[in-house]
Design a protein around this ligand. Structure first.
Ligand SMILES: [Zn+2]
Ligand SMILES: [Zn+2]
Length: 297
């Protein structure tokens, strides 16, 4: 048994020092030539995304189960937002309403059903959101939805998937549908932001080795057949009138007896989701839940 001569390790040691040095030098050069602009505040910043991190591809299972939404947002959005903008995510925290998912700001203790949900029976069985519709999250959603920054879709989709795993593990749904846009608006915008938030969930479910939920993502079943005016500035009752009969179910046989989850970017007053739920329940769905990226308080 001849032990390896000590001298043989020297070139390796030198390589292990020189190689990272060159990688770092090339990175610095690239950052100088191609500075990254923050999508929300517009500043230049140094991107520090590890190519093997959660932001690129399917994150490891532990990421979905144990990471906080704030930290996950910071990691996932690091390629698109400066460190300052990436650190301002406002998560929905418990205690929240068990039915409509509204967060009781400053509240303590466990979840309970809010007064509004007790007073008026909701069509949605359970609604949940990842964040509160304020601060950075409003800006990010606006860049994504109105400025067409669809590079934000992937990190936001992963964040939504985290919430799906947390709120629907052990409470399975059969079908996941995006809130549809009217054909004319879809052509104008070029994409349905709600569909982009769930498009890759099947792949994420498979790749992350989580218990394989038996669900399908379907983008055509629920349709918006009436072109309604913008909901901005309308109160809950005006929104309800504006949206009356706007949604139809294309193929009722596909949803009959099924538990359905509808997905949207923002839940403002709950009217849109409620109207979708009415159309789905009217067509025979067993139960309708909702998940949104943001919930207005
Ligand atoms: Zn910024
Ligand atoms: Zn409620």
């Amino acid at each position: 048994m001849n032990p390896s001569p000590p001298v043989a390790t020297r070139p390796l040691e030198a390589n292990s020092f020189i190689f990272p040095f060159f990688v770092r030098m090339i990175q610095s050069l690239r950052e100088m030539l191609y500075p990254v602009t923050c999508l929300t505040c517009g500043c230049f910043y140094t991107r520090k995304t590890d190519p093997g991190s959660a932001a690129s591809g399917a994150p490891p299972t532990e990421f979905f189960l144990s990471e906080s939404y704030e930290k996950a947002f910071q990691i996932l959005l690091a390629s698109h937002l400066c460190p300052d903008c990436a650190s301002g995510f406002p998560p929905v925290r418990t205690p929240l309403c068990r039915s409509c998912g509204i967060m009781f700001r400053g509240g303590k203790g466990g979840d309970y059903v809010c007064r509004e949900c007790i007073r008026s029976s909701r069509r949605l069985h359970k609604a949940r959101a990842v964040g509160v519709y304020e601060d950075r999250l409003v800006e990010v959603i606006h860049r994504f939805k109105y400025d067409g920054k669809i590079q934000l879709a992937r990190p936001l989709e992963i964040l939504m998937f985290m919430a799906f795993i947390r709120h629907w593990a052990g409470d399975p749904v059969h079908l996941i549908l995006p809130v549809p846009l009217h054909g004319e608006r879809l052509r104008k915008r070029g994409f349905n932001q709600s569909y982009l938030l769930i498009k890759g969930w099947r792949m994420l479910t498979t790749k992350s080795h989580l218990p394989d939920f038996d669900y399908q993502v379907e983008k055509e079943i629920l349709q918006r057949s009436v072109k309604t005016k913008s909901q901005t500035g309308l109160n809950r009752e005006q929104r309800r009138i504006n949206l009356k009969g706007a949604f139809t179910v294309k193929d009722p046989a596909k949803i009959f007896g099924k538990r359905v989850l509808i997905v949207d970017d923002v839940n403002t007053t709950g009217t849109t989701l409620d109207e979708c739920a009415q159309a789905l329940l009217g067509a025979g769905a067993d139960r309708v839940d909702a998940l949104t990226l943001a919930k207005a308080l």
